[in-house]
Ligand binder design. Structure first.
Ligand code: K2U
Ligand code: NI
Length: 184
């Protein structure tokens, strides 16, 4: 199982690379990597496992964060209507998005960034993501709220983008015009 020791931290060059597309159908190795990402996120939300292995709770993880520069992400997050979004995807892509923006009132963090970096991170309020599951089947998901923010955060990792790249340096808490404030 993956632990925090497998997660590379800010400053590691892999976090700034554009990750490579995964060849489909996926190899057994790529399938194992993808499932290990989702296993980590689920484990990190289990208080007993998290405590036992010192896992920082997370709702997503991208392969570059374990120094694998391939386009793979895992997300395990509950939406505001209590619906669970639990996905491990190869080659995820935002195929459409709203004009409207949203942001987490509490700002964002990252398992690859040990210190807090305060500020609003503008995101698309709604996105449609296309990707491929562990069996190489196409998946299309419409997202809003925290799930939408999480998928955008993870897909950013595949493009070498960190959440704080989006924060206004001069005024980190500058109101984001016409954006939906999300508290979760
Ligand atoms: O990619 C990662 O580092 C995992 C992040 C993903 C994330 C951060 C901010 C907003 C959405 C997703 C971790 O999950 S950070 C911990 C966390 C936990 C619950 C809610 C938000 C962030
Ligand atoms: Ni992150």
């Amino acid at each position: 199982m993956l632990t925090m020791e497998d997660i590379i931290r800010d400053g590691h060059p892999t976090l700034r690379k554009t990750a490579e597309e995964v060849l489909l159908p996926p190899s057994e190795e790529d399938k194992q990597i993808l499932t290990s990402l989702l296993e980590f996120v689920i484990n990190s939300q289990d208080s007993e496992i998290a405590k036992k292995y010192g896992l920082r709770p997370g709702i997503g993880l991208a392969a570059p964060q374990i120094n694998v520069s391939k386009r793979m992400i895992a997300v395990h997050v509950t939406g505001d209507k209590g619906e669970l979004y639990s996905y491990a995807l190869f080659n995820p892509k935002i195929i459409s998005h709203s004009v409207e923006k949203s942001y987490l009132k509490s700002g964002e963090g990252c398992l690859s960034v040990d210190e807090a970096i305060p500020g609003y991170v503008p995101r698309y309020a709604r996105v449609t993501v296309k990707g491929f599951n562990v069996d190489g089947e196409e998946v299309k998901i419409r997202l809003r709220g925290l799930p939408a923010i999480c998928f955008q955060h993870e897909i950013d990792h595949l493009n070498g983008i960190m959440f704080y790249d989006h924060i206004d340096k001069k005024n980190p808490f500058k109101p984001i015009e016409d954006a939906i404030e999300i508290t979760s």
